[in-house]
Design a binder for this molecule. Structure first.
Ligand SMILES: Cc1cc2nc3c(=O)[nH]c(=O)nc-3n(C[C@H](O)[C@H](O)[C@H](O)COP(=O)(O)O)c2cc1C
Length: 264
């Protein structure tokens, strides 16, 4: 729902400033200013956030009594509701890892799959990227999604296992040419000297893929986060948030789950 529809107002009771896409339909390419933020007057974060409490909109309930015995079916149900509710990119989640110094790191990735029980959460990444190295050194992670339209958060914690190279190669083949070219370019998160250097590498990778359509990026890896805990969090405008945590008690292949309500 748009902020205007909710009656939310911007700083000082004014209507919110137009977003980066405002006026897009009227503007020709050459009329557009490159950076909408640059023409705004300087404002502080508290000013920008004033009068915009999160989740002040009708939100669904969460009947924990009816929750299934395992987290998998509930996640699928919530994901389907997110899609039906117009949540953009609901399969995008934050993956949190820790580096060699114990410093947390986080970034968003695409969720590829979740097994029926909700034990194995699958994603792919470059093994030679910072996150890949962090997972090799410390194979544990947290996965978090938030779906604003529904005020719903899902939190998963567990250990991470890298799949066999054949699994990664098979997954790589399912990706779009653009995604494969990007992965073949490699060197993710290394310093880049110039955009031209990157374009050159893309051209080389594209030619490689044309010549060898089944080429697989070195280090392309599929990971499974084996959940120890999965929490479902339903927000509420009055702060009566409802939280249900599943804790795995059995092994990953034959999991059993206990369920616990949590104070908001
Ligand atoms: C919507 C979105 C989806 C993304 N999906 C992926 C992904 O599936 N795999 C990936 O490696 N990076 C993905 N990224 C980029 C990562 O957030 C991150 O910038 C990159 O993986 C480098 O992370 P690292 O330096 O911690 O290894 C995505 C970014 C966004 C904004």
């Amino acid at each position: 729902m748009a902020a205007e529809e909710e009656g939310l107002t911007g700083p000082g009771g004014t209507t919110p400033a137009p977003g980066p896409g405002a006026g897009r339909e009227q503007g020709r390419e050459q009329d557009r200013e490159p950076c909408p933020e640059a023409r705004s007057e300087p404002r502080s974060v508290p000013e920008l956030m004033l009068g915009r409490p999160p989740m002040t909109r009708p939100l669904p309930g969460f009947d924990t009594e009816a929750a299934p015995a395992e987290p998998g079916p509930l996640f699928v149900d919530w994901l389907a509701t997110a899609l039906d509710s117009g949540v953009l990119d609901p399969q995008v989640f934050t993956l949190s890892t820790v580096d060699a110094d114990g410093l947390p790191d986080a970034r968003v990735l695409v969720l590829r799959d979740v097994d029926a029980a909700g034990t194995g959460w699958v994603f792919s990444a470059a093994a030679d990227s910072p996150k890949g190295r962090q997972l090799a050194d410390h194979p544990a992670a947290a996965l978090t999604v938030y779906w604003p339209q529904l005020g719903r958060q899902v939190r998963v914690r567990g250990t991470v296992e890298r799949a066999a190279d054949q699994v990664a190669a098979a997954e790589f083949a399912t990706r779009s040419p653009a995604a494969r070219i990007g992965a073949l370019v490699g060197r993710q998160s290394e310093p880049l000297a110039s955009p031209a250097e990157y374009e050159e590498a893309v051209t080389v990778a594209r030619r490689r893929l044309e010549a060898t359509p089944d080429a697989v990026a070195a280090g392309h890896a599929v990971y499974t986060l084996w959940a120890h805990e999965v929490e479902f969090w339903q927000g509420d405008a009055e702060r009566h948030h409802v939280r249900l945590r599943y804790t795995r008690t059995g092994p990953v292949r034959t999991p059993e789950w206990s369920r616990t309500l949590l104070w908001p």
